[in-house]
Write a protein that binds this ligand. Structure first.
Ligand code: XUL
Ligand code: CO
Length: 437
C-alpha cells in the first residue's frame, strides 16, 4: 500500500459480545452459520461509496466538517484515484466484501459526454485491478442522474428530450462500468423522477417515458452481457415533492405495466420506507410477496422529521422485524445489504466511519440470531399462520381455488352460524420478541 489513509486502524475482527474494544465485532462473525448460511453469505454487506468516501458532512446550512486526505483540491482525477485506494483500504480493514457506487462517485464528470466516459473507463480499469487483488466485488452500480443542473426536472422523465438523451448516455456508460466490474445488480433510484407542480406536468407522458427508458436500459444491458438484476429503489419524495417510485407497491405495479418484472426487482431502503409512512418490514414483505425482493439499502431514518437522514442502522427492533421477513423469504439471492448511511455531521473522528459500519453490521448480525431463534424455537410465525387455519378446511380451500360464489358464502354463513372471536395475540408476540432480545 503506497499511502495508508486510515493509519492506526487494524483490520476489524470478531471478538464477541464480551469485548470492550469498540473497534471489534461483537455479533458479526462472518463464518458463523445461521439457518444454513454463514453470516457473510446472509448479508453480503456493501459499502456505499458516496456516503463513506465523498460526503464531507455538508448540509444546507453549512459546509463540510470532515477533510478527507484523498480529496486533492483542484485535481478531481487524482482525488478519484486516491479515493479508490482509500475505499479498498477501508473495505479490507472492515471485512466488507462488496461496494456500490454512482458513476460520479468513482470518476468526475468531464466537459463532454466523451470525456465523462473516458474518466469513468479509466477509473473502472483501476477498480477492476483492485477487485482482483482483494477479492472485493461490486454489489451494484448506478448513474447519478440527479446532481447535475440539467437534471433539475428529472432524467428519463424530463420534459426536454435532450436531457433524456444525456441520461441515456450516462446510463449506458454506467451499465458498461457495472458489467466490466462484474456487478451483481444495476440500480435505478428515481432521483428527480417525479414532479413538483401538477399544472405544468404531464404525468402520463413522463411515466411512459420512464417505462420506455428502462426497457431500453434493460435491452442494452442484456445484449451487452449483463446477467445480473436490475433494481428500482422506491422513495416517495425528496428531492422531488412527488416521486413516481413512491413505494414498493407503486413500483411493482409500474414494473408489471411496462413488462419489466422479469428483469427488475426492488432495492428496499429503510429510510425510504418510513418516508412513505411504511415500516421497513412492510416494504420488504410487499416486495418479497411479489417475488421481487432484490436487495437492501440498510439505514435508519429519524421518524420525527420528514426527510432522509440516512443514519447508520442501529435500531435492533427494526432490524429483527426485517430479518424475520428475510429469513422467511429465503434471503436476497444476488442482492446484499448496502450501507446507504452516513455518519452524523458531528462525527468527525477518522475512526467514526469504522465504528458506524461495525454498529450496523453488529445490529443486523444480532437481529439475524434473534430472528432465527424467534422462528425456529419460539415459532413466532405460527401465530400468524394459525389465524388462517380455517382456509385449510374444504370450504376455505374451495374459496381460495375460486370454486365458490357469493351465494355459496351466504349458505355457508347460515350453516356456520356466528363465528367465535379469535385473538390476534399481538401483546403476546411482542413480549416473546422482547424476551428474545
Ligand atoms: C437517495 C438514495 C440513493 C440511492 C442510489 O435517497 O438512496 O443514494 O441509493 O442512487
Ligand atoms: Co439508497
Amino acid at each position: 500500500m503506497l499511502t495508508e489513509f486510515f493509519p492506526g486502524i487494524d483490520p476489524i475482527r470478531y471478538e464477541g459480545p464480551g469485548s470492550d474494544n469498540h473497534l471489534s465485532f461483537k455479533y458479526y462473525d462472518e463464518d458463523y452459520i445461521v439457518a444454513g448460511k454463514t453470516m457473510k453469505e446472509h448479508f453480503r454487506f456493501a459499502m456505499a461509496y458516496w456516503h463513506s468516501l465523498c460526503n464531507v458532512g455538508d448540509d444546507p446550512f453549512g459546509k463540510g466538517t470532515r477533510k478527507f486526505p484523498w480529496d486533492v483540491p483542484g485535481d478531481p482525477m487524482r482525488s478519484a484515484e486516491d479515493r479508490l485506494e482509500a475505499a479498498f483500504e477501508f473495505m479490507m480493514k472492515m471485512g466488507i466484501p462488496f461496494y456500490c457506487f454512482h458513476d460520479r462517485d468513482l470518476a468526475p464528470e468531464g466537459a463532454s459526454v466523451r470525456e465523462s466516459e473516458d474518466n469513468l473507463k479509466y477509473m473502472v480499469e483501476r477498480a477492476a485491478r483492485r477487485e482482483e487483488e482483494t477479492g472485493i466485488k461490486l454489489l451494484w452500480g448506478t448513474a447519478n442522474l440527479f446532481s447535475h443542473p440539467r437534471y433539475m426536472n428529472g432524467a428519463a422523465t424530463n420534459p426536454d428530450f435532450s436531457v433524456v438523451c444525456h441520461a441515456g448516455a450516462q446510463v449506458k456508460a454506467a451499465i458498461d462500468a457495472t458489467i466490466a466490474l462484474g456487478g451483481s445488480n444495476y440500480v435505478f433510484w428515481g432521483g428527480r423522477e417525479g414532479y413538483s407542480f401538477l399544472l405544468n406536468t404531464n404525468m402520463k407522458k413522463e411515466l411512459d417515458h420512464m417505462g420506455r427508458f428502462l426497457q431500453m436500459a434493460r435491452d442494452y444491458g442484456r445484449q451487452a452481457g449483463f446477467t445480473g438484476t436490475f433494481l428500482i429503489e422506491p422513495k416517495p419524495m425528496e428531492p422531488t415533492l412527488h416521486q413516481y417510485d413512491f413505494d414498493a407497491a407503486a413500483v411493482i405495479g409500474f414494473l408489471h405495466k411496462y413488462g419489466l418484472e422479469k428483469d427488475f426487482k426492488l432495492n428496499i431502503e429503510a429510510n425510504h420506507a418510513t418516508l412513505a409512512n411504511h415500516s421497513f418490514a412492510h416494504e420488504l414483505r410487499t416486495a418479497a410477496d411479489a417475488g421481487l425482493l432484490g436487495s437492501i439499502d440498510a439505514n435508519h431514518g429519524e421518524t420525527l422529521n420528514g426527510w432522509d437522514t440516512d443514519n447508520f442502522p442501529t435500531n435492533l427492533y427494526e432490524a429483527i422485524e426485517a430479518m424475520i421477513v428475510l429469513l422467511e423469504a429465503g434471503g436476497l439471492g444476488n442482492g446484499g445489504f448496502n450501507f446507504d448511511a452516513k455518519v452524523r455531521r458531528s462525527s468527525t473522528d477518522l475512526e467514526d466511519l469504522f465504528i458506524a459500519h461495525i454498529a450496523g453490521m453488529d445490529t443486523f448480525a444480532r437481529a439475524l440470531l434473534i430472528a432465527d431463534k424467534l422462528i425456529t424455537k419460539d415459532r413466532i410465525t405460527d401465530f400468524r399462520d394459525n389465524r388462517y387455519l380455517s382456509f385449510h378446511e374444504p370450504a376455505g380451500q374451495d374459496f381460495e381455488a375460486g370454486k365458490l360464489t357469493l351465494e355459496n358464502l351466504k349458505d355457508l354463513a347460515i350453516e356456520k352460524g356466528e363465528p367465535e372471536l379469535q385473538s390476534g395475540k399481538q401483546e403476546l408476540i411482542e413480549s416473546i420478541i422482547n424476551n428474545a432480545i
